[in-house]
Design a binder for this molecule. Structure first.
Ligand code: CO
Length: 462
């Protein structure tokens, strides 16, 4: 029997996030939801990551309502979200009561698979979210943030996978957020994980940024990878995932079983081409995002981080220091114990590298996030932080030894009280805790809108 390869469609989340800064409003993809549901995907990644933040910040959408609307129109295919472990959808750690309630409500509102990762691969930061996912009856996809460094060995990744299994993971995701994984690495890592836990399906997630992705997926599949993440062609390539239809075509030619419905993917491609062209016309989708960029391979820096570094330097009129920053970035990463570069560590390391170069003295000034990192608030680092530098940053302060979230007081009841009748549900309370200012503004505007609608009804009855 032919080996079966399943697909996760990313157009609603990662492709949307990587190419057009998550600016795809619900109305623009609604007409395609029923077609997507018929296309035969293993899952649709449609929520989490930056979608929640951007719904509130720029699109004036209630992210919870978006999820319920998608669920109603996609009854047959699994819905998947990306969750930053103890950071949930934010940039620092939350207390456990928030993490648990958030996961529970995500599942109640329709989520089937929660892909849970930690920027440091510290399993202590995954535990609570994993447990809550299993308790809510959803699929916990335990995730490795993939990176390369002298301390990131296959042995360590396999060890992590075993721990994820202990915690209740029913699938394993290898998350190559920078698109730096080559075909041989994919083959070797997937083989090593398959040998250790053959019962767990493996999902490989990568980006086309460096151009490796198609080759990497092929070799991963050859090693037994079960699921790959792809984007429908008009939203594929560049900083996004490789194209769904292309991989379906190639894999079938190689003798693999692919369950996708070509008529449905064709309809999706036709539709999303028009949507994409709209974003090109208004400048949201920049040609640079669609291009292949091999610089990430030389510096092992994710594409998104390179553009952040450039824009930081541009703001202070110091673009001529870019080469120095590129050399400094891996040094900072080494000092910090080789964190994988993914949200939020990618931002923290990048900002520090820029400071070190512009200040003319390393660690003369540090952000409050780097200080918190050195205190241990983000968890256990892959290798120890350089002790000299840690001491310089912390002064006499002692770093934490336990789990930071254990030191945080519960927040849910307090937020519920503070919001009063502005919150109509626990979902509102959760939005508020995640993004207080944005959610409060959103809830206030909703209230005013509803009050006005009430008035309008009375006027209209006269
Ligand atoms: Co990604």
């Amino acid at each position: 029997m032919a080996q079966k390869v399943q697909f996760v469609e990313t157009v609603l989340r990662d492709a949307n996030q990587s190419l057009i800064a998550t600016r795809l409003p619900y109305d623009k993809f609604e007409p395609m939801l029923e077609t997507i549901d018929k296309a035969g995907y293993y899952a649709i990644e449609c929520w989490g990551g930056a979608t929640f933040d951007v719904c509130l910040r720029y699109l004036n959408e209630d992210p919870w309502e978006r999820l319920r609307k998608i669920r109603a129109r996609v009854p047959n295919t699994k819905l998947q979200m990306l969750l930053r472990g103890q950071n949930v959808l934010g940039y620092s750690h939350y207390p456990d009561d928030f993490v648990k309630l958030f996961v529970q409500k995500a599942v109640e509102n329709g989520m089937d698979i929660i892909r849970i990762f930690d920027a440091l691969n510290d399993v202590n930061n995954l535990k609570v979210a994993m447990e809550a996912t299993v308790n809510a009856g959803a699929i916990a996809s335990g995730t490795i943030s993939y990176t390369t460094s002298p301390v990131h060995t296959h042995k360590k990744y396999v060890q992590m996978v075993r721990e994820l299994k202990e915690m209740g993971a029913s699938t394993i995701c290898i998350k190559d957020m920078a698109g730096i994984m080559g075909p041989q690495e994919a083959y070797d890592l997937v083989s090593a994980i398959k040998d250790a836990v053959p019962e767990l399906p493996i999902d490989l997630h990568t980006h086309s940024t460096t151009g490796l992705a198609f080759m990497t997926y092929l070799k991963a599949v050859e090693a037994g990878c079960d699921i790959i993440d792809t984007a429908i062609s008009p939203f594929s390539g560049g900083t996004s995932q490789p194209a769904t239809e292309t991989l379906a075509y190639a894999l079938r030619q190689l003798g693999y079983e692919v369950d996708l419905n070509d008529e449905a993917t064709k309809a999706m491609a036709d539709y999303f081409k028009t949507v994409r062209d709209g974003f090109i016309a208004d400048g949201t989708l920049m040609p640079k995002s669609m291009a292949t960029d091999t610089q990430c391979l030389n510096y092992q820096i994710p594409g998104g981080m390179l553009s952040n570094l450039l824009s930081q330097l541009k703001q202070v009129n110091a673009l001529d220091r870019f080469d120095e920053v590129l050399i400094e970035t891996p040094k900072v990463r080494k000092d910090m114990g080789y964190p994988p570069l993914v949200t939020p560590t990618s931002q923290m390391v990048g900002v520090q590298a820029v400071r070190n170069v512009l200040d003319g003295k390393r660690y003369k000034s540090v952000s409050k996030e780097i200080k918190a990192y050195c205190r241990g608030e983000y968890g256990r680092t892959p290798a120890p932080i350089d002790p000299e530098i840690q001491k310089q940053i912390l002064g006499g302060e002692k770093p934490l030894t336990g789990r930071y979230a254990d030191t945080l007081a519960p927040v849910v009841d307090k937020a519920r009280q503070k919001l009063g009748d502005l919150a109509k549900s626990d979902e509102d309370v959760l939005s508020y805790i995640a993004f207080p200012n944005l959610a409060e503004k959103f809830l206030e505007e909703r209230k005013i809108k509803e009050e006005n609608e009430g008035t309008y009804t009375i006027v209209a009855c006269e």
